[in-house]
Design a protein around this ligand. Structure first.
Ligand code: HEC
Ligand code: HEC
Ligand code: HEC
Ligand code: HEC
Ligand code: HEC
Ligand code: HEC
Length: 275
């Protein structure tokens, strides 16, 4: 059973104290009360298995069938984000794709893999797997998560799994393409150097690594919709907007490790925050 580790429960006061120590030569930290207000808006993490697990009901609701439960954690262990969000055309906005039963049955979207060969089929027949996706009772899925996650490196938030470490340690090896053998283009050398995100915000010590992300995502996942390609060109790029699910938060509040895990993005910060 994965539970939150007690050490990650840092009190706000401690966190803010860490932030308030202003190194010489740097601009002042943002107002404490203001920052505290921003941090209060971080939603609670919830159960690890639920993070990134979507309830899809745009079509099912109208059709009067049980909504679909889609777990990112099990799928991202098998495939990189690129496979679904670039190659297969799934939107990164919940409900946006508008997947229908007839598309699935004709081999689009879920049906690309859920064809009875790669994974259990969406089709009707002698053996029906409808309730594996149209799931009323999630007990089996929760149990699957327990065994799935038990051997993976721990992180305090999100799925309770350090996904980057899991890949580096070879514990999971997500496929980068359904046409195995098709290599992805190499990352241009210029982008191999991690870049310091220099916004006007105080305490902006955030380092962004293109290389860390390129393993999972193509350029078009971020440019130009989420980030302007010109360095420092992204407007109103601050923590508040991140927490509301913009910018880094487009992934790092929903599927990738969430904003609570301060020090993974702000290496100079002491810890983490749980509301
Ligand atoms: C691999 C997962 C999966 C399986 C298996 C599956 N479905 Fe679905 N089904 C979906 C998804 C995803 C949607 C769209 C959900 C949404 O956004 O509301 C959907 C939608 C539907 C809808 C809504 C109406 C429509 O036109 O889209 C019906 C009805 C439906 N499925 C019936 C079935 C039946 C019957 C079976 C079994 C024979 C089945 N499904 C198996 C994933 C699946
Ligand atoms: C097997 C396919 C698959 C893989 C792999 C996958 N996703 Fe998704 N993702 C989906 C589907 C399906 C949706 C829902 C789309 C819809 O509702 O229109 C989704 C939705 C999302 C959303 C919106 C969630 C929300 O709560 O609003 C984000 C963000 C996202 N994915 C990020 C990622 C990232 C990052 C990765 C890689 C670590 C990834 N996905 C891997 C299929 C996948
Ligand atoms: C890129 C391939 C791929 C796509 C696209 C895909 N799946 Fe899967 N899915 C798999 C594989 C592989 C398995 C595990 C094999 C099996 O159980 O037959 C799986 C298993 C599942 C499971 C069982 C739990 C688990 O992870 O073992 C559910 C539920 C599921 N998929 C739902 C969906 C839904 C809903 C969609 C579309 C929104 C979808 N999948 C799209 C490959 C995919
Ligand atoms: C996960 C998101 C993400 C992905 C994927 C991504 N980028 Fe970026 N990129 C960023 C961010 C964030 C910045 C900085 C934006 C800012 O400072 O406003 C940036 C900046 C850049 C810059 C400006 C660099 C500089 O030093 O001025 C270039 C060029 C660039 N990206 C090219 C690419 C290319 C080419 C790819 C695909 C190989 C790619 N990016 C993939 C997030 C991403
Ligand atoms: C399009 C989705 C997406 C966006 C946007 C995005 N990331 Fe990520 N990021 C990921 C995924 C997926 C991982 C893999 C780890 C995980 O899922 O928890 C990751 C990993 C990381 C890591 C961890 C690397 C490691 O080895 O531990 C850092 C740090 C990071 N991102 C920072 C950022 C920052 C800062 C931004 C905004 C400038 C950003 N990311 C924007 C998807 C995204
Ligand atoms: C996924 C990466 C990521 C995580 C996790 C993260 N931040 Fe940020 N943070 C950013 C980015 C990006 C910026 C804005 C860009 C910059 O200032 O360089 C930022 C800016 C800030 C700022 C400057 C003021 C502002 O509003 O822009 C503060 C203070 C801050 N973060 C605190 C935190 C705290 C506290 C946590 C943990 C609760 C945290 N951050 C977690 C990426 C992250």
């Amino acid at each position: 059973m994965r539970l939150f580790s007690g050490t990650t429960y840092l009190v706000t006061a401690l966190l803010l104290a860490v932030l308030a120590v202003s190194p010489a030569g740097k601009s002042e930290a943002i107002d404490r009360a203001e920052l505290a207000n921003v941090m209060q808006t971080i939603p609670p993490n919830g159960a690890f298995w639920k993070y990134g697990t979507l309830e899809m009901r745009r079509k099912t609701k109208k059709a009067g069938v049980t909504s679909v439960i889609f777990p990112h954690w099990s799928h991202r262990a098998r495939y990189t984000c690129r496979v679904c969000h670039q190659d297969l055309g799934f939107s990164m906005r919940s409900g946006d794709t508008g997947i229908t039963r007839s598309q699935n049955v004709s081999g689009k979207y879920c049906g690309v893999c859920h064809n009875g060969v790669t994974a259990f089929s969406v089709k009707d027949g002698r053996v029906r797997h409808c309730d594996k996706c149209h799931t009323k009772d999630t007990k089996a899925l929760e149990q699957l998560f327990e065994s799935f996650s038990s051997d993976l490196p721990f992180a305090s938030f999100g799925n309770g799994i350090d996904w980057s470490a899991a890949i580096k340690a070879g514990k999971i090896a997500p496929l980068n393409s359904l046409n195995t053998g098709l290599p992805i283009l190499p990352l241009p050398d210029k982008l191999k150097v991690p870049m310091k995100l220099g916004t006007s915000a105080a305490r902006s010590d955030v380092i962004f690594s293109h290389e860390d992300h390129y393993f999972e995502l193509d350029c078009s996942a971020c440019h130009p919709d989420i980030f302007n390609i010109k360095k420092k060109g992204t407007k109103a790029f601050n923590m508040e907007n991140n927490i509301y699910g913009n910018y880094c938060g487009a992934c790092h509040m929903r599927v990738a490790f969430p904003m609570n895990d301060c020090k993974r993005c702000h290496p100079q910060m002491g810890g983490s925050y749980t509301p």
